[in-house]
Design a protein around this ligand. Sequence first.
Ligand SMILES: Cc1cc2nc3c(=O)[nH]c(=O)nc-3n(C[C@H](O)[C@H](O)[C@H](O)COP(=O)(O)OP(=O)(O)OC[C@H]3O[C@@H](n4cnc5c(N)ncnc54)[C@H](O)[C@@H]3O)c2cc1C
Length: 260
Amino acid sequence: MNITVCIKQVPDTSEVRINPETNTLIRDGVPSIINPYDLHALEAALSIKDATGANVSVLTMGPPQADSALKEAVAMGADDAYLLTDRAFAGSDTWATANTLATAIRKIGFDLILCGKQAIDGDTAQVGPGIAEFLSIPHIAYVSKIDTITEECVRVHRLMDDGYDVVESSTPLLMTIVKELNSPRLPSLKGKIRAKKAEIKKISNSDIEIKENDTGLPGSPTQVKNIFAPESKKDRKTIEGPPPDQVSQLVDILRSLKCI
Ligand SMILES: Cc1cc2nc3c(=O)[nH]c(=O)nc-3n(C[C@H](O)[C@H](O)[C@H](O)COP(=O)(O)OP(=O)(O)OC[C@H]3O[C@@H](n4cnc5c(N)ncnc54)[C@H](O)[C@@H]3O)c2cc1C
């Protein structure tokens, strides 16, 4: 079985600072880490590898420095590492990111794709399901337990607000992983030595031949108009009643606030 784990390098901070003039994240002076949820996705892949001998590839789309995240994943036990990097990919929104990653994954080959449930900086949780859509394969989000997994099918628990669903699917398939699934392992000394020598395979636009209008800024249908840290507000109003009444109450409130 070929498992591809998508990992994103993110700033190691829970207090993201924003440049008010450019509306971009301030990354200077902030060390980078593998997105914590992606470590749980990688641990899931490595556990499947331990049990079945699957091949685990890690893939990231990012600047050349993102190869340090891939090396860390190799130190943990990943077999192959791919860095999707090209100026043509710069400025991608979640649509373009998912499209570019999906195009690369199609080229690498896959039976199972694992992502974190969301990235702690962008926080949209859109990229995993987006990749599945571009590849026309099913996806299961928020996987918190794997009951069975074979080359042909999976049976997993999907975390919900009020419990969990038990979901079965055939492969190929994409799953997004929550932290409840496992505890990520630490890199071993042997793994660290292997990672030092490991080849990070670079994939550029010429390798995947994605059209100019399908990636990067030109391929991004959304634009950031404003970005800000939300203020915590204490005034709360609970809307009660049957769901259709709640919806009309909410619409009235939004109208009175001139939000719609
Ligand atoms: C409207 C908009 C415009 C943007 N414009 C820019 C811009 O101009 N420049 C810029 O640098 N960023 C930009 N971004 C941010 C960038 O698009 C996102 O960081 C990226 O698309 C991933 O989205 P996310 O962080 O919300 O990830 P999520 O969707 O929350 O991530 C879910 C999972 O997908 C996988 N994943 C996500 N991103 C990657 C990746 N890069 N490589 C491998 N796996 C990944 C991981 O497994 C992750 O756990 C923009 C975002 C938006 C919403």
